[in-house]
Design a protein around this ligand. Structure first.
Ligand code: ATP
Length: 284
């Protein structure tokens, strides 16, 4: 169980920004943290990890990590983190990056097997692909069997298929190690798949807090189907107008009426929904 009262003045892009968070997280929860760029997400995780000073109170499982006069050093916090720019040790091979954290060969072997890295255990870090390095970071973060796992967009640089696989791996590690996990993500499908709870941060405050269904699903009762996407272009094909909308990594083409055309602006978010037919879903 984590209780947080965080307060820190930040320099936002529009002047001073008060990061002001009151939060209670249950043991074993998987929390996704989302929100616009500059909202304070990374700073929140860094404060929790002990990497950033602030005027905060942090209590984890009844232990004070930060109080009025006390700050628990980062090495003594039972924490694993994968930050975007938190580098592996380039002079150590894969397995030694893990053993540096804790001399537990069995656990290192177990984690490397679980993430399909065992064959690469003697390789230099610099000879690995980005996705493989991300997986080594994740294994390293879990070597201390941390109570709390902090992930700052750990998969954002990876392509779709590796991403999906690593999502599954993170989820099984989260369950297996019974960690409480907080993951920053901008990807609704990733949050929906992984998190039990979603928080949305805006200008340093939590503006939404609920289950992933409550926060992420847009379909209202009468709609059969609903997508949110970005309107890229409207093209004329013969006498009809076709809106080109990007949804995730897919392009969708939707015929629009002259009436609808009036309210649409290129570059803006749009919702595509239908009530009139029953969509069919087949595997591809
Ligand atoms: N130590 C600091 N002192 C003052 N301001 C800071 C500090 N660290 C970050 N900031 C500023 O606070 C704001 C929030 O930064 P933060 O990195 O937490 O945002 P974020 O929500 O993670 O954004 P992104 O999604 O772009 O990574 C930014 O405007 C940043 O420049």
């Amino acid at each position: 169980m984590i209780d947080l009262k965080i307060s820190k003045m930040l320099h936002g892009s529009h002047g001073e920004l008060h990061l002001n968070i009151n939060l209670h997280i249950n043991k074993g929860e998987f929390v996704a943290l989302s929100g616009e760029s500059g909202a304070g997400k990374t700073t929140l995780l860094r404060i929790l990890a002990g990497l950033e000073d602030s005027n905060s109170k942090i209590e984890v499982d009844g232990n004070i990590w930060q109080g009025e006069k006390y700050i628990k050093p980062i090495q003594k916090r039972d924490i694993g983190f994968v930050f975007q720019n938190y580098a592996l040790f380039p002079n150590l091979n894969v397995i030694n990056n893990l053993l540096f954290v804790k001399k537990d060969k069995e656990l290192a072997k177990y984690l490397l097997n679980l993430t399909n890295l065992y064959e690469l255990k003697n390789r230099d870090i610099n000879s690995l692909s980005g996705g493989q390095q991300q997986r080594v970071s994740l294994c390293r973060a879990l070597m201390k069997r941390p109570k709390l796992l902090l992930l700052d967009e750990p998969l954002s640089a990876l392509d779709f298929s590796i991403r999906a696989k690593l999502q599954d791996e993170i989820l099984s590690l989260h369950k297996e190690f019974e960690t409480t996990t907080i993951m920053i993500s901008h990807d609704p499908s990733e949050m929906y798949k992984m998190a039990s709870r979603v928080l949305v941060l805006k200008d340093g405050k939590i503006v939404k807090d609920g289950s992933s269904k409550e926060i992420l699903l847009k379909t209202k009762g009468s709609q059969k189907l609903s997508f949110e996407g970005l309107l890229l272009e409207i093209i004329k094909v013969d006498v009809i107008n076709v809106a080109i909308v990007s949804i995730g990594q897919q392009l969708i083409e939707v015929v629009v009426s002259n009436e609808e055309l009036k309210s649409l602006k290129i570059g803006e978010k749009v919702t595509i929904s239908t009530k009139a037919f029953t969509p069919s879903i087949v595997g591809v």
